[in-house]
Ligand binder design. Structure first.
Ligand code: TPP
Ligand code: SF4
Length: 485
């Protein structure tokens, strides 16, 4: 802009736009005067200054800051209420080179997540926890938090917190300072510029500790929540400095690297070593087979009792036999029979990020309900296998190839309606060529102990493959009135 010089600009650790709200892309979702925005800014600036944005993973909580992932241009994971330190532990251990941040409110960290924070700190996990203490549950409308002050009113303590009934406020830094393992614990306040600058130093220091592999840090920010406290933003900031900081003294509660004895009598082993499968696995890696896809995400759905979950397990077992990474995630309703059941199976040559599939490459729909429900979610260019001779009238899934396989009818002809799932598995193998059919037979031989059922399952796999081979032309797409070639 002419006549102006930009001396301060947005940190590159933030996205340019807040994508969630088309109409408010330059505005955060936080209330005016909220401390979360300030903490975000301090973290973003520190990430840039330390040059670690590219390898940072931010774990967002449940609470007003649940949408932190809309702002930070880093790896983002959002987790269930209170579980952020546990998720951060897993992320850091799986990716030791990354910088992992657990971002949490006081309801999240000090109420439902009490166990997670204490144990993560006690294990001395090499993570940073940024803990926003605004003395109240913000997002849910102002219930009492473990940090609510004695006498402070909330929707669940309308007469004010009473120590004899609700207990005294929990001082997280002091509590964690009772443990041997944390490296750095500091409480700061977002009450004025001087304290905000101290808060910035604390954020940077915590990140540096992690960067240098020096263990667990937690920075607690006393933070204004003008909306719930029903205060003007300026008054809320003042209240933080004058009232909240009196009950929660500011300062450093721990600043030293713990010297932990290493028990040399207990050797460190990987899970594979402990299970004595390490060598075998190493050999297997060389024998790894490569199919035409790097990853195949399959959703299988139908009624309970149709063997949907078993079909998924068999496919996952087959993947394991072929030395692939696999995941199997079941989902079923409360009814044992006739309720809906579905499962997600991923076969991959790389590590699997999440077992949850939102856009399957392949949908196996064993009934009409599942076809209608899940077909729109199938990825463009994906495949739908439908258990019928033809599609329901009016059904269309233009983005995918739809192939009808009358698995139930074929199973009936084989003399056992319940092997329809195995027929469909055979059809899936043939249509996708994702895994060799011998692998299915090997898995069935291991799983099915009764020779009569095993024979039936063999026939079912063969019949499913045969149907696709002989009845479905290459490139066929099913239409409501049958096949169009
Ligand atoms: C398991 C579970 N219990 C309860 C809730 C409801 N809930 C959502 S946010 C929240 C409190 C958030 O307060 P806080 O952590 O202090 O964060 P703030 O909103 O003040 O930033 C609660 C209780 C939930 N989402 N999940
Ligand atoms: S309710 Fe409070 S914590 Fe939540 S966004 Fe508004 S000011 Fe911030």
């Amino acid at each position: 802009m002419e006549g102006y010089q930009v001396i301060h600009s947005k940190s590159p650790a933030f996205y340019d736009r807040y994508e969630r709200k088309a109409e408010l892309q330059q505005q955060t979702h936080y209330c005016p005067g909220c401390g979360h925005g300030v903490v975000h800014k301090l973290i973003a600036e520190a990430l840039t200054e330390l040059g670690v944005q590219d390898r940072t993973i931010l774990v967002s909580p449940v609470g007003c800051s649940v949408f932190a992932y809309y702002y930070f241009d880093v790896g983002n994971v959002q987790v269930a209420h209170g579980r952020a330190p546990a998720a951060a532990t897993a992320l850091k251990r799986a990716h030791p080179e990354s910088i992992v941040i657990s971002y949490q409110g006081d309801g999240d960290l000090a109420a439902i997540g009490t166990a997670e924070i204490i144990h993560a700190a006690n294990r001395g996990e090499n993570i940073c926890v940024f803990f926003v203490n605004n003395s109240i549950y913000g997002m849910t409308g102002g219930q009492m938090a473990p940090t609510t002050l004695v006498g402070q009113k909330s929707t669940t303590s309308p007469w004010g917190r009473r120590s004899h009934n609700e207990g005294l406020p929990i001082h997280v830094c002091e509590l964690l300072a009772g443990l041997e393992t944390p490296t750095y614990l500091e409480r700061v306040a977002l009450s004025d510029m001087k304290n905000i600058m101290k808060a910035k130093k604390a954020v940077k220091k915590a990140l540096e500790i992690q960067k240098n592999g020096n263990g667990f840090s937690l920075v607690e920010f006393l933070s204004p929540c003008p909306t719930i406290l029903n205060m003007d933003p300026v008054v809320a900031r003042k209240w933080v400095g004058e009232t909240l900081a009196k009950a929660f003294p500011l300062g450093v509660f721990r600043d030293r690297k713990p010297e932990l004895p290493v028990d040399a009598t207990v050797p460190m082993k990987t899970v594979a070593e402990a299970l004595e499968v390490a060598e075998e696995r190493a050999g297997e890696a060389v024998a790894r087979r490569h199919y035409h896809t790097r990853e195949l995400a399959v959703k299988m759905a139908g009624f309970g009792g149709q063997g949907i979950l078993l079909m998924g397990q068999l496919l996952a077992e087959m993947g394991l036999r072929e030395h692939m990474e696999v995941s199997w995630l079941p989902s079923y309703g409360p009814e044992m029979r006739s309720g809906s059941a579905h499962c997600h199976v991923i076969l991959s040559h790389d590590r699997i990020g999440s077992p949850l599939i939102s856009q399957p490459d392949v949908l196996v729909a064993m009934n009409e309900l599942s076809l209608h429900k899940f077909a729109p979610t199938v990825a463009s260019g994906g495949l739908i296998l439908y258990n019928s001779t033809k599609l329901p009238e009016g059904f269309a899934a233009p983005q995918a190839r739809v192939v009808c396989v009358p698995a139930a009818e074929i199973a009936d002809r084989l003399g056992a309606a319940k092997v329809a799932n195995v027929v469909m598995l055979g059809a899936l193998l043939e249509e996708t060529e994702c895994l060799p059919a011998e692998s299915a037979i090997a898995v069935l031989e291991e799983t099915v102990k009764n020779p009569r059922f095993l024979e039936l399952d063999r026939k079912a796999v063969a019949a499913g493959r045969d149907y696709v081979d002989t009845q479905v032309e290459v490139g066929a797409v099913a239409q409501p009135d049958g096949y169009s070639y």
